[in-house]
Design a binder for this molecule. Structure first.
Ligand code: ATP
Ligand code: RIB
Length: 299
């Protein structure tokens, strides 16, 4: 069985459906309300577990009802909560999400306990990471924690996958510690300072990351699919044509599924195709973790 380590956030998602997004200062009457388990880290962990991997998940929640519900949800997915730490001082992370008629979203996150997942927490968890080759992380936890993890991955020859979401600038030193970076168009543009709007932009963006030492680059392009580049291969893989209900966590399902495929030794092109299929299913369903498909749905 493939084994993937995921380090990242856990949130409770408070979701309201709405015809359109409100303008600044405007109050809108929306539609249905949903409470979902979310957070980029937890979403990727659940997506990976549903792909059939054993998942080691490192995260932090508050000592409150939402934190307890998150831990129960993870246990139901077969993910141990031994490394889902509790911060007695802070609330569990919350995401306020609106989803419009086209399935697009806006998200505001209150990080709460996610902001206190520290390098020393990772240090304490290192014995659980030793035997595992693939580590997946995102940017909803402190950057010091990410850079600590990246240095560990480099020293111990682990394959670190960074999904640089939500977008924020990264320290230069991190790039040559990355096995794979998976920005979306906004993140790619913010990190490189270059446009990421057209087919001609994608190879240049990927080359920018590779010049800094990232071994492989995969740009996720929403309904346009993905662009992949490493030193020997380049692929442009289209998305599947589906009707989007809620695109929340499409990127998370993509990353979690891709990490599992790579940990299973599946070649790049097939691994990306599998993650593309998983993400396309997720956008046809409401919710973050709730939308992640199981492996047997990918036939
Ligand atoms: P999010 O922030 O919504 O979780 P993201 O911005 O990190 O997502 P995207 O590039 O939007 O990531 O989506 C990741 C992948 O999911 C895409 O590469 C594509 O394969 C799939 N996907 C996203 N949106 C759609 C869509 N409308 N139809 C089909 N597939 C989609
Ligand atoms: O990527 C989607 C996730 O972003 C949501 O589940 C929300 O919690 C925010 O972290």
């Amino acid at each position: 069985m493939a084994h993937v380590v995921v380090v990242g956030s856990s949130n409770t998602d408070l979701v309201v459906k709405t015809e359109r997004f409100p303008k600044p200062g405007e109050t809108l009457v929306g539609g249905d309300f949903f409470l979902f388990q979310g957070g980029k880290g937890a979403n990727q962990a659940v997506a990976a577990a549903r792909m059939g991997a054993k998942v080691t998940f490192i995260s932090k929640v508050g000592k409150d009802l939402f934190g307890k519900q998150i831990q129960e949800g993870l246990e139901k997915e077969g993910i141990s909560t031994r490394l889902v730490l509790e911060d007695p001082e802070k609330a569990t992370g919350i995401a306020l999400i609106t989803v419009n008629k086209q399935g697009e979203n806006t998200i505001v996150v209150a990080p709460g306990a996610n902001a206190s997942l520290s390098p020393s927490d990772i240090q304490a968890a290192l014995p659980s990471l030793h035997n595992h080759a693939f580590i997946l992380c995102q940017l909803e936890i402190p950057i010091d924690t990410i850079t600590f993890l990246a240095s560990y991955a480099q020293e111990e020859n682990k394959n670190l996958i960074l999904n640089p979401a939500p977008a924020q600038k990264l320290p230069e030193s991190i790039y040559d510690q990355l096995f794979l970076i998976t920005p979306n168009e906004t993140e790619a543009s913010l990190l490189t300072g270059m446009p990421c709007d057209s087919e001609a932009d994608y190879p240049k963006i990927a080359q920018w990351f590779r010049d800094k030492g990232v071994r492989q680059v995969l740009l996720t392009l929403g309904e346009k699919g993905t662009y992949f580049q490493n030193s020997t291969q380049e692929y442009r893989i289209p998305a599947q044509n589906v009707t989007a209900v809620d695109t929340t966590a499409a990127g998370d399902v993509f990353n979690g599924s891709l990490a599992v495929a790579l940990a299973e030794g599946i070649p790049w092109k097939e691994a990306i195709a599998l993650a593309t299929k998983a993400a396309s299913i997720s956008v046809t369903r409401m919710g973050a973790q709730a939308s992640a498909p199981y492996r047997n749905e990918l036939v």
